[in-house]
Design a protein around this ligand. Structure first.
Ligand code: URA
Length: 488
């Protein structure tokens, strides 16, 4: 048994792991201990984030990990748990010995790694969203601004870098129960905290609050307004002490009356020494989403469609399937996936051990786009502008249903989910993280229908079923993970 004492950070673990791998120390031969002030080198290149080689063991002095695994390890390293270093070493050991399954969510260790990284990513998001700075009184003290925050994981350093990039030369400190970050306007300093919290905590409203309110207004995007989602994304436990709480009703009503986003940044612009650039795109007038899908006129597709076709399925479904757009039969019936592609999809769903009734089915675009061919209405692929125009409806469904797993069928659905042109081939087979859920990309059932021979059709159908099996497994895992996985 070997005892390895390291500083409690990723760089120290990385350096120690390099040595341990070099010596061929198996995970069960190491006892990991954490020292607060070890003098270990902070920056030692261990990982080469190149393409993962399919060969088994690489030389121990370098570990070639995939970019995705590197990001997972770095995030999971911030997960607050005593055994994190031992666990991460086990993952690295398995990878180093050619066991690539360890980076897959279908593997027990892989699933644990994904859960840890996911929980940390949520903690990062929360910290950015809910840290509030207050100006020190009396003024002219350093740091000028103070904030107190209690993160769920060790995300202080990451968040401090985020704020350092955005708050210019203003000096500030963020104190947490375990450590504090100081920004002197140029450099970031991190210190383990001992008894700072009480001394520096400030609850006095002051002009810093004006900065925060202006900052908050400037980041509030009325085009995405959804009151229910707003409450959902700013959980009640963060509301206490949030100075902007009283702003929200007024901003909602401004947004409803068509206020321009650019106007919201003016509050920031008027504050001395602060400038927040407004992107050209956000200077456009915000377009109100119509209050109901039936009346949507955000693009021209409604003109030739019988009706808009919204999603269908349980409002709390764990799995959401997104197709491209309603077809001829869906347009007439007002329901998604009731035509030939829908029948094939139902078969794939059943083969995956799921039932159609338990999943939520919808489309990226809600109106049928077609062109006449004799007496027939022929499907036409939706364009980028139509996908974007329709994205408010898909987002609303995502925010309402909050599925644990989102399966995209075909490239249009993938593009809609990711808000950018995306290649299906790049995403096939590997679940990805999207908006706090798992994303899985697979083929559209119409692609199977278009195949000339039965064998090709069966291959595609099998791939769709396989993606749905993966979706079922991930949804089950996520349920077991409880609050430290996807919030449920
Ligand atoms: N194709 C889709 O993408 N969606 C449907 O609802 C039907 C066919």
């Amino acid at each position: 048994m070997r005892s390895l004492a390291i500083e409690d950070n990723f760089a120290a673990w990385r350096a120690a792991s390099l040595g341990a791998l070099g010596e061929g120390l198996a995970p069960e031969m190491i006892e990991w201990r954490v020292m607060q002030h070890a003098a270990l080198p902070q920056e030692q290149a261990l990982f080469d984030y190149g393409e993962a080689s399919e060969n088994a063991a690489a030389p121990a002095s370098t570990v070639h990990v995939s970019k995705e695994l590197a990001a997972l390890l770095q995030d999971a390293a911030l997960y607050r748990a005593a055994e994190r270093w031992a666990f991460l070493y086990k993952v690295l050991w398995r990878w180093q010995h050619g066991d690539r399954a360890v980076a897959s969510p279908a593997d027990a260790d892989g699933a644990q790694l994904y859960r840890m990284a996911k929980s940390v990513r949520r903690a990062k998001h929360d910290m950015i969203a809910y840290v509030r700075f207050r100006k020190q009184t009396p003024a002219a003290q350093t740091p000028e601004y103070l904030a107190w925050y209690e993160p769920d994981h060790d995300v202080l350093e990451w968040a401090a870098e985020h704020f350092a990039e955005r708050m210019g030369r203003t000096s500030w400190m963020i104190a947490t129960p375990r450590a504090a970050a100081f920004w002197d306007g140029q450099q970031l300093h991190l210190e383990q905290r001992h008894a700072l919290a009480g001394e520096h905590r400030s609850d006095t409203p002051d002009e810093a609050e004006a900065l925060w309110l202006a900052y908050y207004r400037s980041t509030f995007n009325p085009a995405r307004l959804n009151e229910a989602a707003l409450e959902q994304h700013m959980p009640v436990r963060f509301w206490k002490g949030l100075p902007e709480g009283h702003l929200i009703p007024a901003m909602i009503s401004d947004a409803k009356s068509g206020a321009r986003r650019v106007a919201q940044a003016s509050g920031v612009g008027m504050l001395d020494g602060k400038s927040i650039p407004v992107e050209a795109e956000s200077a456009q007038p915000a377009r109100e989403p119509p209050s109901s899908l039936d009346r949507c006129r955000r693009c021209d597709l409604w003109r030739n469609a019988t009706q808009a076709v919204g999603g269908s399925g349980p409002g709390d479904a764990r799995i959401m399937l997104i197709g491209e757009q309603p077809g001829d039969q869906e347009d007439l019936a007002g329901l998604p996936f009731v035509g030939p592609a829908g029948q094939l999809l139902t078969l794939a769903i059943t083969r995956a051990g799921l039932s159609r009734d338990e999943v939520y089915l919808t489309n990226a675009v809600k109106h049928f786009k077609w062109e006449p061919r004799g007496k027939r209405r022929l499907h036409k692929t939706a364009g980028q502008r139509e996908i974007e125009a329709c994205s408010v409806w898909l987002e609303r469904e995502l925010e309402t249903v909050r599925p644990a797993v989102i399966v995209t069928l075909g490239a249009t659905a993938l593009t809609a989910l990711l808000h950018k042109k995306a290649s299906l081939r790049d995403h096939l087979g590997a679940p990805f993280d999207v908006a706090g859920a798992w994303g899985i990309a697979t083929y559209h059932p119409s692609f199977a229908l278009r195949q000339q021979d039965d064998k090709a059709r069966d291959t595609i159908l099998a791939a769709i079923s396989q993606a749905l099996v993966r979706a079922r497994e991930l949804a089950a895992q996520d349920r077991q993970a409880g609050p430290s996985g996807k919030s449920n």
